[in-house]
Each structure stands twice: as structure tokens, then as C-alpha cells.
Design a protein around this ligand. Structure first.
Ligand SMILES: [Zn+2]
Length: 95
């Protein structure tokens, strides 16, 4: 997982007010150079389920944008999860 950016709590509240903002951020964390299929390396995909899943146009493998975080396994709002992750990472950084 990429290192958390150093942003203040106020910045965080500004930047992640909606699920869409959270998903866009997760997408950039997971695919910093744009989507790359983990199975075949193709770069084109179809966004599925409001962009929390990416389906490869070539091999049709579906990749969850939030896979590494465990968000996809819960029924919590991604926004709530994001706050939890942010707080968790920040606590870790301060040790
Ligand atoms: Zn593929």
C-alpha cells in the first residue's frame, strides 16, 4: 500500500466529502499511472458499479479499486471506511 499523503484533518474533510472523491483517490492509489489489468496488463477497462470495480476490456477480469483496503468486503459506506483508514494511518505515522 502506498504511503499516506501528509494532509491535515481539515484538508481531508475537504477532499473526501463524497464517495466519488474517495473512489477517485483509491483509484489513483491503486493505479497511479492509470489502469493496468493485473492479469493481462491491458490498460483499457470498463468501470462497473459506480467505478468501484474495473473490468478489463481484454480478458474481462474484474479488479476492485478498493481491494487492498478491504472496503469491498464490508457494508459500510466507503466514506466511513476512508475516515477509519485515514485515522489509522495517521496514528501509525505518529509513532
Ligand atoms: Zn486483462
Amino acid at each position: 500500500m502506498a504511503a499516506a499523503e501528509r494532509i491535515t484533518f481539515a484538508d481531508f474533510r475537504e477532499r473526501f466529502q463524497t464517495e466519488e472523491q474517495c473512489r477517485a483517490y483509491l483509484f489513483r492509489q491503486r493505479f497511479p499511472n492509470g489502469f493496468v489489468c493485473p492479469a493481462c496488463g491491458a490498460k483499457e477497462y470498463y468501470p462497473i458499479y459506480r467505478r468501484s470495480l474495473c473490468q478489463c476490456k481484454k480478458c474481462r477480469k474484474q479488479t476492485s479499486v478498493a481491494q487492498e483496503t478491504g472496503i469491498h468486503r464490508t457494508h459500510l459506506s466507503p466514506v466511513l471506511w476512508f475516515w477509519a483508514i485515514y485515522l489509522f494511518r495517521n496514528a501509525g505515522n505518529q509513532v
